[in-house]
Design a protein around this ligand. Structure first.
Ligand code: PLP
Length: 381
């Protein structure tokens, strides 16, 4: 129950154990087509360029930046946590100029500040932001930010690593241009792949580049030789066959449950966890309307050593929760309720274990109140 990887669905592990076939085997090539349309479903897009990059979320991030950003470009980067800062570094490494819009860690990206940056930088080519900041548990309003970007003729690069499969990501409806995700969070697949999707506007921008993409491996012009038209596929790199079986199965599971049900399940479990945490007197970092249901940043009570609590949960209860990152390191715990891990059993187990550990450390709390509050909340659904 940390910030990812989440528990992997046993169906996914079973799929990954099937025999490895060739990456141009006709059966595999058929599966690639299914995989592309399953990713389109997850992202709610008809974008043709929708594929899994053969490497983790960070490679999805780099795919977007190295293909869309050229030396000398101006890119507006929103920074409200760890991953926005990584985006900025990507911009710099592409030889481009980052224009940073800062918001507090735990806050959502402020659309007013973004609009000001767009107004002040009419030459900006891209607006980049993290939809779901895993380091804080804050969700930004991707639809509003993408609208602003379009008004100022800017492309968007959007990090949906933690949002995809946990909270709505409506790529076409919101008009997002280049999005990337990860497999190890709400998709409950193993880590190591990054679904990406590029709009037609983004594909056009890649084609209109004046300079060659600096990365050979992530150059979409080359990658699409393998993932593009069914009849013409050719070797680019040896695809991670078994990992792709796993992603295929994870997305079949997602489709079977249906996105709306998946989103509602994440909210229901979050609300119950939150009721239990509040019954223990604990507070969440993020303001209610920006909270992610799948990532709960909980303020560590004064006088409690958060690291000791985490290691006792792991040693005594076999339960992993995450530490804070950066300057939130000793201030918050991060409790994930992602994908397969987002279930009532985990909510109740986590609350009871946390209550037992905090109680034994002398934190004043009413034993049993947390689970009762969570159950009460489940019963209201
Ligand atoms: C929001 C966000 N972006 C990017 C990444 C990087 O993904 P990966 O660790 O799979 O490379 C993560 C990983 O936790 C993340 O949470």
């Amino acid at each position: 129950m940390g910030p990812g990887p989440s528990d992997v669905n046993p169906r996914v592990l079973e799929a990954m154990s099937r025999p490895t076939i060739g990456h141009l085997d006709p059966m595999f090539v058929d599966m690639m087509d299914q995989l592309k349309s399953l990713i389109q479903y997850a992202f709610q897009t008809d974008n043709e360029l929708t594929i899994p990059v053969s490497a983790p979320g960070s490679a999805g991030m780099e795919t977007c930046f190295v293909n869309l950003v050229e030396p000398g470009d101006k890119v507006i980067v929103c920074q409200n946590g760890v991953f926005g800062a990584r985006m900025r570094e990507n911009v710099e490494r592409c030889g481009a100029e980052p224009i940073v819009v800062d918001d507090a860690w735990g806050a959502a990206v402020d659309p007013q500040k973004v609009e000001d940056a767009l107004k002040n930088n009419p030459a900006a080519k891209v607006l980049a932001f993290v939809h779901a900041e895993t380091s804080t548990g804050a969700q930004s309003d991707a639809a509003t930010l993408a609208n602003l970007a379009r008004d100022y003729d800017c492309l968007t690069i959007v990090d949906t690593v933690t949002s995809l499969g946990g909270t709505p990501v409506l790529v076409d409806e919101w008009g997002l241009d280049a999005v990337y995700a990860g497999t190890q969070k709400c998709l409950s697949c193993t880590p190591g792949l990054s679904p990406v999707s590029f709009s037609q506007r983004a594909v056009a921008a890649v084609k209109e580049r004046k300079t060659r993409v600096r990365s050979w491996f992530l150059d979409l012009n080359l990658v699409m030789g393998y993932w593009g038209k069914h009849t013409k596929r050719a070797y680019h790199h040896t695809a991670p066959i078994n990992a792709l079986y796993g992603l295929h199965e994870a997305l079949v599971v997602l489709q079977e449950e249906g996105l709306k049900n998946v989103w509602a399940r994440h909210v229901a479990n979050h609300m119950a966890l939150r009721a239990g945490l509040e019954a223990m007197g604990l507070e969440l970092l993020v303001r209610e309307r920006h909270r992610l249901p799948q990532l709960n940043a909980v303020m560590i009570p004064d006088g409690v050593d958060g690291a000791v609590v985490r290691s006792r949960l792991l040693d005594e209860f076999g339960l992993e929760i995450g530490a804070g990152l950066g300057h939130l390191a000793s201030k918050v715990w991060r409790i994930g309720l992602m994908g397969y891990s987002s279930n009532p059993g985990n909510v109740l187990y986590c609350l009871s274990a946390l209550e037992a550990v905090l109680g034994s450390m002398g934190v004043p709390l009413e034993r049993g109140a947390a689970a009762a509050a969570a159950e009460g909340r489940f019963n209201r659904n």
